[in-house]
Design a protein around this ligand. Structure first.
Ligand code: SF4
Ligand code: SF4
Length: 345
């Protein structure tokens, strides 16, 4: 099933989705676009390259309360936070970011302890993937082709969207997506020419080239193991790093968090907040010992986690090549160049 709507009527589609549940879509902010819950359908804005922050916060909020309790009372009286979710629609997600959800699912919804908050949100959500605009230049930081992802790759989306001049074509990919699309009766059915355009666009997406290197998982994993103690290499590639953590906060596949308790006037809340391995105190132990006091140790950890440990443990690189960490690093540290250099070392 394929449907279409005029781009300048996106607000009408947004209004329909808002009647059905919670709509999260790109909105224009002062410094760029970001995903946000839509309260005014006019705010949905699809005129963007990619968002500054990844869409991971739709499933894994920056700050999340788990339990409310009274200080001094038994744990049996503590009250877990219940989500009571409406259907959620995550609208306008680029293909590399859609892929990141599959990597994050490993941690929150497959291996080890299941995170009920992540799982409930994932199950409640229909993902509207959105192809990159092939008529515009690729951002020089992107390298998702290296990770086997293409600019118009519908894999992982429930509904996939392609821009055709001033129109938006929407195709149902999964059963969930097809069902939702059939319920969107206010938007018109696509014609045979639209279907042809859509299929050709998906194919053309394979020719829209980001930075690319031949990256064999076993080779990079082994290489990073071999150079783990090459302090000269790690010191050189991390010498400008400010330990600001921006690269991890914008990353769609970084998932470290801290748990803290906020207690006031006898009432407490147990809360999860994002944390980052690039922060100086991330590994600070209660004794005062910190096994990663040096910048190079922290950057080495980040790169090894994504391109070595994650492959050994889960069989997949934990990076989708979205380019955000490079784009927003204040000192232009580029993970792609580090991997490229590591291979040659
Ligand atoms: S490490 Fe960088 S390129 Fe890879 S997914 Fe994270 S932000 Fe994107
Ligand atoms: S964004 Fe750049 S400077 Fe900041 S922690 Fe990451 S690599 Fe270091």
């Amino acid at each position: 099933m394929l449907k279409k709507t005029a781009i300048n009527k996106i607000s009408e589609l947004a209004a329909v989705l808002m009647e059905k549940g919670t709509l999260i879509a790109p909105v224009k902010e002062v410094s760029g676009h970001n995903f946000a819950q839509i309260l005014d359908p006019q705010k949905v804005d699809l005129d963007f390259y990619n968002t500054i922050m990844s869409p991971k916060s739709a499933f894994f909020p920056h700050k999340e309360d788990f339990i409310n309790y009274k200080v001094g009372k038994p744990i049996s009286e503590a009250e877990p936070v219940v989500l009571n979710l409406k259907p959620m629609f995550l609208f306008g997600v680029r293909p590399c970011d859609v892929k990141s959800f599959q990597i994050m699912d490993i941690h929150f919804n497959a291996a080890g302890i299941i995170d009920p908050y992540w799982r409930q949100r994932r199950e409640a959500t229909t993902i509207f993937g959105y192809a990159f605009d092939l008529s515009k230049s690729v951002d020089s930081a992107d390298f998702y082709n290296t990770l086997g992802i293409y600019a118009a790759d519908p894999d992982g989306s429930d509904i996939f969207m392609v821009k055709k001049d001033n129109e938006l074509l929407l195709k149902g990919i999964t059963l969930q997506g097809k069902k939702l699309l059939s319920e969107l009766t206010t938007i018109e059915n696509g014609k045979a020419a639209d279907k042809k355009y859509f299929e050709e666009y998906i194919k053309k997406g394979r020719d829209y080239k980001t930075r690319f290197m031949c990256l064999d998982q076993e080779t990079i994993t082994k290489k990073l193991e071999d150079i783990f103690h090459n302090t000269d290499f790690w010191t050189r590639v991390s010498s400008a790093c400010l330990s600001c953590g921006v690269c991890t906060f914008v990353c769609p596949t970084c998932y470290c968090f801290d748990i803290c308790d906020d207690t006031q006037f006898g009432r407490g809340t147990r809360r999860r907040v994002w944390d980052a391995c690039m922060f100086t105190d991330f590994t600070l132990e209660a004794s005062g010992h910190n096994p990663r006091t040096q910048v190079y140790q922290r950057l080495r950890q980040k790169i090894n986690h994504k391109y070595s440990y994650h492959v050994r443990k889960y069989g997949v690189i934990s990076c989708v090549g979205c380019g955000r960490c490079t784009r927003y690093c204040p000192v232009s540290i580029d993970i792609y160049s580090i991997i490229e250099e590591a291979i040659k070392t």
